[in-house]
Ligand binder design. Structure first.
Ligand SMILES: [Zn+2]
Ligand SMILES: [Zn+2]
Length: 672
């Protein structure tokens, strides 16, 4: 395969108009820091806080912090208050410490220390709480500036907290919930000897028509885990923005995106976020994530922020892949690829002919261990690992992409390379002094890309083409946070785009026998139906562009868009009635919505599972005990197949059942 980065780079240089246009687009995605924006976000945060919109306030304070607010300590203190109201006490404590580290004013100290005491009490850390209380008492005693009213209020609060502390001391110790959860998580893990991250129930096979593919080595039951894999690389999608209700239109954006809600490194939901020191875009759940991201990729990406947002997530994933792999690894594989090109073709041809003879003898022989050494891209010991080598060798299907598409990809990669050359290029060489000085020498010749950047460019272009068939959308169910609705309103959102080398071994099917769930940047592939021994394990890729088109045609024939709309209307009606407490009406509409979702996605699909969950909630709230129990059972069966037993909805269903079964008989008869 020929990836002519140099040719395109030369072409792009002759087309300055394209480049200028790109830079004018990028200017709109500016991600620098602006102290005026910080003040604006803090004021907006205060406004939302006063209206008790704590979640919105939390996000706005985080935006203020990410712009290096001149009033950093106040921003952290205000954010700690929002976190306190939302019940995130650990994070509240962290922000109190940050506020104090940033020089929180002395006159406000008693207030913040009392909040700290309350957090410590609620977390059961009684001794520390007692320590802080005595500190506040001495501060109040010494502070001459306090008015007598303020003093009175503070002292009353202290005595209240002391009572609370006393009650805590005498209450029985409860087992932390987290502990019982980890105990449940000890799923039997029988690792595969040949493929890391896969279970022993699958094996890697290869033949000329299916390429590499996974096959069941025994009969597999629905819900069984097949692959559990950490992403080689994942990039948070900026995603569509959710408007914070009732925000005034201004120069600064009060819209909330994935970038405000999730850690840019581990994808965890953000609370007391830590901003990047260099830009206002990257935010992390912890100092540790911020450091890891900086060390592995963000120090290079940070000055490219606006360009990467403009070029889109595929370009960003391509860049991060080479940064995570490191220059030495990338360079060795690119060179090997050029050197071994002919050798590789020979080896593939050998593999093919032997494979064909094996196919003709057919049967279950394909499952034999002997097959392993013939499979391309396994490492020397016959293992398939989720390493950079595995990523590098994923198929690009270069022949299937249109010339226009390939040109656009090349143009994007060239733009990244030129920007990297402008920015500090020493980061790229990852510690090698020799290549660092080489890169520095090239900086002066800005017209020509350095040989190092040409290598990186070639690898990035390769990754970009691979992504069209191998990218996996990392999704999450996001609950709406209106709080007004009694029934959970949830939607599936795309959090990130990632590469999973082992999961990529699954071929695509519009009628998959697996289903995937995500936890942070890890994927779990589970069987969604019984898979008999010897059957291929297939998966529906969200982004396999051409194949997706076929899926869509299939879906459209199956059910008209209008029909789906009716389903949505029924769903909204159900929510409306639920809010009014008219449970029977709500259930009636939801049952209709479920029929439509079942017809479209199948009765055991995850979509039907979510609808059944909503119905279970409505029946539970309406005390329709026997039907509720029945629906809980169905919802639990479907959701645990797709999402596993630890899923929040599955656990809530179990709690609902336990609660219904505990109801006194007399009460049941009265309501029913
Ligand atoms: Zn994180
Ligand atoms: Zn940054």
């Amino acid at each position: 395969m020929d990836l002519p980065v140099e040719k395109w780079a030369a072409y792009a240089r002759r087309r300055p108009a394209d480049e200028e246009f790109l830079h004018s687009l990028a200017a709109r995605n500016w991600v620098g820091k602006d102290p005026r924006a910080a003040l604006f976000y803090k004021e907006e945060g205060n406004r939302r806080f006063q209206e008790k919109g704590y979640t919105a306030a939390l996000i706005l304070y985080s935006k203020a912090v990410s712009h290096n607010s001149p009033e950093m300590s106040l921003c952290y203190a205000n954010r700690s208050a929002a976190l306190f109201h939302l019940g995130h006490f650990e994070d509240c404590l962290e922000d109190i410490d940050r506020a104090q580290a940033q020089g929180y004013p002395n006159r406000l100290q008693p207030k913040i220390l009392l909040r700290k005491t309350e957090c410590l009490l609620l977390l059961g850390r009684l001794q520390e709480a007692a320590g802080v209380i005595s500190k506040v008492e001495s501060k109040i005693a010494m502070d001459q500036s306090l008015t007598s009213t303020t003093r009175q209020i503070l002292l009353r609060k202290i005595s209240q907290l002391k009572v609370k502390a006393h009650e805590k001391e005498n209450s029985p110790v409860s087992v932390p919930e987290a502990l019982s959860k980890t105990q449940k998580d000890l799923e039997f893990w029988e690792e595969n000897g040949k493929i890391s991250s896969a279970f022993s129930s699958v094996s890697l096979n290869f033949n000329s028509c299916r390429g590499r593919h996974l096959v069941a080595t025994r009969d597999i039951l629905p819900g069984e885990s097949l692959v559990k894999e950490e992403a080689f690389v994942s990039v948070l999608s900026p995603g569509k923005s959710l408007l914070l209700q009732d925000s005034a239109e201004t120069t600064w954006d009060t819209r909330v995106t994935n970038g405000d809600l999730h850690c840019h490194h581990c994808l965890k939901r953000l609370l007391a976020s830590v901003p990047c020191g260099g830009c206002s875009y990257a935010k992390y759940c912890s100092k540790k994530c911020a450091q890891l991201a900086w060390e592995h990729y963000h120090s290079t990406e940070c000055p490219l922020g606006a360009l990467l947002l403009t070029l889109g997530v595929f370009s960003h994933v391509a860049l991060r892949t080479v940064l995570v792999a490191g220059f030495a690894e990338v360079s060795s594989l690119v060179k090997q690829f050029h050197g071994d090109d002919k050798e590789l073709h020979k080896a593939e041809a050998r593999g093919k002919s032997r494979d064909e003879t094996r196919d003709s003898t057919a049967g279950m022989e394909g499952l034999s261990e002997k097959a392993a050494p013939l499979i391309p891209d396994c490492e020397d010991d016959g293992q398939y690992r989720g390493s950079y080598q595995a990523v590098f060798n994923l198929l690009t299907h270069a022949e299937k992409h249109s010339p226009e598409h390939k040109f656009l990809c090349s143009l994007s990669i060239v733009a990244i390379c030129k920007k990297l050359q402008e920015a500090d290029p020493t980061i790229l060489s990852q510690g090698s002094c020799e290549s660092q000085s080489k890169l520095k020498a090239h900086m002066t010749m800005s017209a020509e890309l350095s040989p190092e950047l040409k290598i990186l460019g070639e690898a990035m272009l390769r990754h970009m083409l691979q992504l069209h068939c191998n990218a996996q959308a990392v999704t999450s169910i996001r609950e709406s946070e209106s709080g007004a609705s009694v029934v959970a309103d949830s939607e599936q959102v795309r959090l990130a785009t990632a590469l999973f080398p082992v999961t990529s071994l699954l071929n695509h099917s519009c009628d998959p026998n697996t289903s995937v769930t995500f936890s942070g940047t890890a994927v779990t592939v589970r069987a969604s139906q019984p898979i008999p021994r010897g059957q291929e394990i297939v998966h529906c890729y969200d982004q396999a562009v051409e194949l997706l088109m076929r899926c869509r045609v299939y879906a459209e024939n199956f059910l008209s868009a209008e029909h789906m709309l009716v389903g949505e209307i029924e769903d909204h009606l159900a929510q409306g009635y639920a809010t009014l407490g008219k449970w029977q009406e709500a259930a009636r509409h939801l049952r209709r919505s479920i029929q439509i979702v079942e017809a479209r996605h199948g009765p055991s699909s995850v979509e039907t599972g979510h609808e059944l969950f909503k119905l279970a909630q409505i029946l539970f709230n309406g005390f329709a005990v026997s039907e509720a129990l029945c629906t809980i059972q169905r919802a639990e069966t479907v959701l645990s197949v797709h999402c596993g037993p630890l899923n929040a909805q599955v656990q809530e269903l179990q709690e609902m059942r336990a609660c219904l079964l505990e109801l006194p008989r007399s009460l049941l008869h009265r309501v029913e």
